[in-house]
Write a protein that binds this ligand. Structure first.
Ligand SMILES: Cc1cc2nc3c(=O)[nH]c(=O)nc-3n(C[C@H](O)[C@H](O)[C@H](O)COP(=O)(O)OP(=O)(O)OC[C@H]3O[C@@H](n4cnc5c(N)ncnc54)[C@H](O)[C@@H]3O)c2cc1C
Length: 505
């Protein structure tokens, strides 16, 4: 074992890990973060995010606690509404088909505001998400979908602020340091075996927090657990989350739990690279489909684009796109909704077709049966209930009727040129299955007992997300449980350093 002995070692360098490290440092002296990525690529999936966080708030007063520098002008022009504990719990229940672990979900929901305020106290700043989560109607921005704040500077800003706070608090971070296994015996976990600078060393600690992400960047595990075809998905974020850290824990008897065949996956630029590109971040995503239609290679619609606000459908529709012939689809819009398209539709790295007539447009859709596509658009146009008013801020019920696949909300006739179409494939965000933890963020063994000295938080834990996911919950999950894991790991390290009573004395 290498000379140094740490109170707490945190494995991972994203939001959950950095929150755990900062929390541990509130009562532990020596905290070490092991980040597999080199410094230039550090920060995990957290760095690729927009920094949006789903958090309970009971009105403007809570928003002002999160964003104290809100101006009077901003307050006057905005209806923030509320997002109550009941609504968050309800959303988690609904999107996971009531499979989410009730105890962990309650911790997540009830701890969300406190966690965000705690992050603020560490130096992370937040702003309202005006561009993406509020539309202006009658001169006032109205927030919708329970997602209202994001970190300043998005994911990169979040990781920078947390890293700065960690360094300021004397937390040591080793980059390019890949944890390969846990040091454990019958008394629990005592450190980590680490591959660093070409050699493998053993680093001892009083407790270990695992926050090393899911297995989405491992095509072999994707195919094994998510199913055939998943090796063909693109990875939206970091290439370093290959399931290493989950495996390390399983190897010493940790219990797997949750939706191992499930994942978060979205519509993603068809020609995006194999892994995320930090220069583009999350902008390869294409989330405005509720205002248009999807067409596949056969020229057919295949999903209800307007089933719900995009926050509640985007994470499951990647899988639907992956299931189409050729694993791609086109999103089609007309000029009437062009102003509603998110910023990500205006980046350079995009596969786009535009035309002044529908006949011309369908000819430009690569790999699509043009004739079938034109017929499908005409069928769709004829089925729109135009007498129902269109309103992007509410589920407006402006639907189609009589189609094989109807659209439930925001159905517009595609009749106003220019028409635009964007090619997408499936981009996987993160996997849902992982390690079983309890509400103290202790890792549970296959025998059902906590493994002494071992804690976990974030993407590599299971039991919270199933089938689908309400946007902005991944970071909140990492923050709430990272904070708990860090505090409890520090406590465990302290008790481990006390002289042990010997049986019979
Ligand atoms: C493009 C994109 C956009 C997103 N947008 C949002 C959003 O706006 N809001 C939201 O809530 N969620 C969003 N998410 C989901 C969110 O990123 C994750 O839920 C969250 O960041 C997970 O945090 P984490 O700390 O658990 O994992 P990560 O941030 O992925 O961190 C895992 C860390 O573990 C490290 N690691 C892996 N293996 C090892 C090893 N063997 N040894 C040492 N270190 C290791 C990795 O290098 C990485 O630093 C988005 C994801 C992507 C990809």
């Amino acid at each position: 074992m290498s000379g140094a002995h740490w109170d707490v070692i945190v494995v991972g360098g994203g939001n959950a890990a950095l929150c755990a490290a900062l929390s541990a440092r509130e009562s532990a002296q020596r905290v070490l973060v092991l980040e597999r990525a080199p410094e230039a690529e550090a920060g995990g999936n957290s760095r690729f995010t927009a920094g949006s966080m789903r958090v309970v708030y009971n009105g403007l007063d809570d928003i002002r606690r999160i964003v104290p520098d809100l101006t009077t002008e901003e307050i006057a022009k905005t209806d923030f509404g509320t997002y109550t504990e009941e609504e968050f719990l309800d959303d988690m229940g609904k999107v996971t088909q009531y499979r989410c672990d009730p105890d962990l979900t309650e911790m997540l929901v009830k701890g969300s505001l406190a966690a965000v305020l705690w992050m603020r106290s560490k130096g992370v700043r937040f702003v309202p998400i005006y561009g993406r989560q509020a539309f202006k109607v009658d001169g006032k921005f109205k927030f919708w979908g329970g997602l209202t704040v994001e970190s300043v500077g998005g994911g990169p800003g979040l990781v920078d602020s947390l890293t700065r706070a960690a360094k300021k608090n004397g937390i040591e971070i080793w980059y390019s340091a890949r944890a390969v296994s846990l040091l454990s015996d019958d008394d629990g976990v005592h450190g980590v075996r680490v591959k660093r600078e070409g050699g493998t060393i053993e680093v001892g600690s009083g407790a270990v927090v695992l926050a090393g992400g899911g297995f989405q960047a491992n095509p072999e595990w994707r195919t094994r657990y998510l199913g055939p075809g998943w090796e063909l998905a693109k990875v939206r974020g970091t290439r370093f989350n290959t399931g290493d850290v989950i495996r390390m824990a399983l190897d010493i008897g940790a219990a797997p739990t949750g939706n191992w065949s499930g994942c978060h996956a979205v519509a993603w630029e068809r020609n995006a690279p194999e892994f995320g590109d930090l220069a583009v971040g999350d902008q390869f995503q294409k989330h405005s489909y509720p205002f248009g239609i999807y067409l596949n290679a056969e020229g057919r619609r295949f999903v209800d684009e307007g089933a719900d606000f995009r926050n509640y459908t985007y994470a499951k529709y990647g899988r639907v796109v992956l299931g189409q012939p050729g694993q791609f689809a086109w999103q089609v819009f007309d000029k009437k909704v062009a102003h509603l398209l998110r910023d990500e539709y205006r980046i350079k790295q995009i596969t786009k077709a535009s035309a002044n007539t529908l006949e011309e447009l369908v000819e430009k859709l690569d790999d699509v049966d043009a004739r079938a596509a034109l017929e499908e658009i005409r069928r769709y146009n004829a089925a729109v209930r135009i007498e129902i008013p269109f309103n992007p801020n509410v589920k407006d019920g402006r639907c189609t009727t009589g189609l094989t696949v109807n659209k439930s909300n925001w159905a517009n006739v595609l009749d106003t040129p220019p028409f635009e179409a964007y090619a997408v494939t499936c981009g996987i965000t993160f996997t849902f299955g992982g390690l079983r933890i309890n509400t103290d963020a202790q890792v549970i063994s296959t025998d059902g007992e906590p493994i002494a000295g071992l804690f976990a938080a974030g993407e590599l834990t299971g039991g919270i997300f199933y089938f689908n996911y309400p946007g902005g919950t991944g970071l909140t999950n990492g923050s709430v449980f990272g904070r708990i894991a860090g505090a409890n790991a520090a406590k465990a390290a302290k008790s481990e350093s006390q002289p042990k009573r010997v049986a019979g004395t």
